[in-house]
Design a protein around this ligand. Structure first.
Ligand SMILES: [Zn+2]
Ligand SMILES: [Zn+2]
Length: 268
């Protein structure tokens, strides 16, 4: 797997990504420390539950890292345009470079991105043809982790047996209620936000329409891509770069476009 890291210089994006990292770190640290590990030690929960939480956390971080550092689909300075595709290309009036139709110029990133969906400050990167699959994975795993967190926070008070061997003088034990409530609020916000984002992303992919095209009032772009005739499996397979559905859930792999339309296409 070729790992070419892509960083966008944008203090606002760094701030937003830091907030996401803080939420992830807070829950990945306090939920096991306050809930999972003490209850596992006292034999109230199986080890598989502890491992599942850490796995959800690891997949979430892997998808975040890859979505924010992957090239979203930047164009090379001098693209080799196949003769048969000439009419599918246009000139960008901001960077004066040739680009395939459906590309957009991102003012935050300062360049054009192939099949750009939107610029996401929370990952400090554009979401385009080459990292859309990673963004979708991030939405999915964030939902899994935040729902898992919410359920555990709930169970801590209403279902699990009281802990007997925990040190009542420890900082985390004295502030347990506040720490768990903070975790539950974060879980609720993340789960609500990510569920609506995931839904709009999936419906966009199934109709082969990007977020920019959905928002655009120019009906010629929207209608030509909207109402995709392809099956849902085909639309998703094109985004993930593979028809192997199990690979749709793996963030640590490289993606190759299913249709080799442009030879300069980068692999992430
Ligand atoms: Zn441009
Ligand atoms: Zn951008």
């Amino acid at each position: 797997m070729k790992l070419r890291l892509h960083f966008v210089v944008d203090p606002m994006g760094w701030f937003c990504t830091s907030m996401v990292l803080f939420v992830w770190f807070y829950n990945s640290f306090f939920v096991p420390k306050l809930v999972l590990l003490p209850h596992f030690r006292e034999g109230h929960i199986p080890w598989a539950l502890v491992v599942s939480y850490y796995l959800a956390s690891a997949f979430c971080m892997a998808a975040l890292f890859r979505a924010s550092t992957a090239d979203p689909g930047r164009l090379p300075p001098d693209p080799n345009i196949p003769h048969s595709e000439r009419d599918q290309w246009e000139m960008c009036n901001k960077c004066n470079m040739m680009r395939p139709k459906r590309s957009h110029h991102c003012s935050r990133c300062g360049h054009c991105v192939r099949r750009m969906d939107h610029h996401c400050p929370w990952i400090n990167n554009c979401v385009g043809e080459d990292n859309h699959w990673l963004f979708l994975q991030l939405c999915f795993y964030t939902q899994v982790l935040s729902l898992f967190t919410l359920v555990l926070d709930f169970c801590q008070y209403y279902y699990f047996q009281p802990l007997t061997t925990v040190d009542q003088e420890a900082f985390t034990a004295r502030h347990e209620l506040a720490l768990i409530r903070t975790s539950a609020i974060m879980g609720l916000v993340m789960f609500g936000g990510m569920s609506s984002l995931f839904y709009s992303q999936v419906t966009g992919i199934l109709t082969d329409t990007t977020t920019i095209e959905k928002m655009s009032f120019s009906s010629d772009i929207g209608s030509s891509n909207g109402g995709s005739k392809k099956s849902w499996q085909r639309n998703l397979a094109e985004v993930f770069g593979t028809t192997w559905k199990v690979l749709w859930f793996i963030p640590l792999r490289s993606r190759q476009a299913l249709t080799a339309a442009h030879q300069f296409r980068t692999h992430v």
